[in-house]
Design a protein around this ligand. Structure first.
Ligand code: FMN
Ligand code: SF4
Length: 412
């Protein structure tokens, strides 16, 4: 079947996901269907593959390939919508569930239907009160109207822990065990919730699927770059005039993204791209940087879960890094030695540097940053050490000042 006419959402116009967003509440089911119409029956797997959509939960894995892997398994499939988003500087999934919950639910139902799944779980974090309320109302409205065919939508509330959002932790939690990562293999698509092949997909990824299901892959590709098509949600914070969630085309230069958010509110010294597993980039290097994997890879970065923080010159990059490193260390699931002890040691060394105590902890930090990655059941230690390594490079000048007993941020 051909795609729906796209008058409701012209291909080149943004926002797409955030179109029709209400500041004061969520888009109700009637309004949602009046604007976008019901989900048509299409060959969803082929369309998602052709769209070039990549996951928006952090790793950027091609969604079409993931759907095929799950479809190739034997037995009844389970779909899991990952909207846990416990990272304090990310808000995109909470915004989607709070304001346009039916877009995410449409994506979950379309995917579940295409895979022959009967159950789709939406997992939301326990602290996301507004998102949980809006989601509960949306699921209830759909159940009353019986619009989801054979798919039954279930809401699960995950504990407020960063690692609870890791896919094997979600599988474990939904199977009645602790929300902690488990060793891979098996991967969720091989053995997931209750032993069934399971598709774990980020909430934003599925919201894109809902639009691809309606308007088709060519429509999706009308924005973004050929290698990375579509739009993406970014959560901007720090020294920006209009912080919050913004939708941009992939490949948009960072300067343009900032301009769209009202510009910077103070001179930035660096940007944190991708979130707490992300990469610090010096402000000079960030000039003209396009937000697409190909350009970001050149500077050792990625878009991750879409968080962008502008650090003003008046802030101390060393102190900010120490604060985040301690948060990450505290969020370890406490199961793997190199993660538990290694991240705590890294955070402690950074705290001493931040406090200007003149002990040169750099040799130990360098050793730990080389030893810790790849030695946990999940990628938590890898993400955390990558983040710290980028800080030691970008804030090297400031680190030297701290070792001489002074913090230049206090002087700026
Ligand atoms: C420590 C840790 C925390 C994670 N938290 C989230 C999360 O909150 N939301 C999310 O979608 N993915 C999270 N992920 C990534 C998931 O494991 C998984 O890759 C993702 O949900 C897949 O969806 P996608 O393909 O649509 O991106 C996390 C990964 C790690 C290692
Ligand atoms: S690597 Fe860390 S966060 Fe991941 S399972 Fe092991 S202890 Fe938990």
């Amino acid at each position: 079947m051909s795609a729906l006419p796209s008058e409701a959402l012209p291909a080149r116009r943004l926002p797409r996901l955030l179109a029709g967003l209400r500041a004061d509440g969520s888009v109700a089911l009637d309004e949602h269907l009046a604007r976008l119409g019901p989900l048509p029956r299409r060959d969803l797997l082929a369309d998602v593959e052709a769209s070039g959509l990549r996951g928006r939960g952090g790793a950027g894995f091609p969604t079409g390939a993931k759907l095929r892997s799950v479809a190739s398994q034997r037995g009844r499939v389970v779909v899991v919508v990952n909207a846990t988003e416990a990272e304090p500087i990310c808000a995109k999934d909470k915004v989607l569930l709070t304001h346009v919950p039916h877009l995410v639910l449409d994506g979950a139902v379309a995917t579940a239907t295409a895979l022959g799944a009967r159950e789709a779980y939406v997992v939301v974090g326990e602290r996301a009160v507004h998102a949980r309320q809006s989601l509960a109302r949306a699921v209830e409205a759909r159940a009353q109207r019986r619009i989801d065919g054979k798919v039954s939508l279930r809401v699960a509330v995950a504990p407020a822990a960063f690692v609870a959002g890791e896919e094997t932790a979600l599988v474990s939690f939904l199977s009645g065990r602790a929300a902690k990562p488990t060793l891979k293999p098996p991967l969720p698509f091989e053995r997931g919730v209750g032993g069934a092949p399971t598709l774990v997909q980020n909430a934003e990824t599925l919201a894109h699927v809902a639009l691809i299901a309606r308007f088709g892959p060519d429509w999706f590709r009308e924005v973004g770059t050929p290698a990375e098509p579509g739009s993406t949600l970014l959560t901007l914070s720090g020294a920006v005039r209009r912080p919050g969630v913004h939708e941009v085309a992939l490949g948009t230069p960072l300067d343009e993204v900032l301009a769209e958010a009202g510009g910077v509110s103070a001179r930035p010294q660096a940007f944190l791209l991708g979130g707490y597993f992300g990469t610090w980039i010096d402000a000079a290097r960030a000039q003209g940087l396009e937000l697409a994997s190909s350009s970001l890879r050149d500077v050792g970065a990625s878009l991750g879960a879409g968080a962008v923080v502008a650090l003003p010159v008046s802030a101390c990059g060393v102190a900010e890094t120490a604060r985040i490193a301690r948060w990450l260390a505290n969020e370890s699931a406490g199961q793997c030695g190199p993660c538990v002890h290694g991240l705590a040691a890294v955070a402690g060394a950074l705290e001493r540097l931040a406090a200007c105590d003149r002990t040169d902890t750099r040799p130990q930090l360098d050793r730990w940053l080389a030893q810790i990655p790849g030695r946990g059941a999940c990628r938590h230690p890898d993400g955390a050490t990558h983040f710290v390594a980028s800080a030691l490079e970008v804030f090297a000048h400031e680190v030297r000042h701290h070792l001489r007993g002074s913090c230049t941020a206090r002087l700026r």
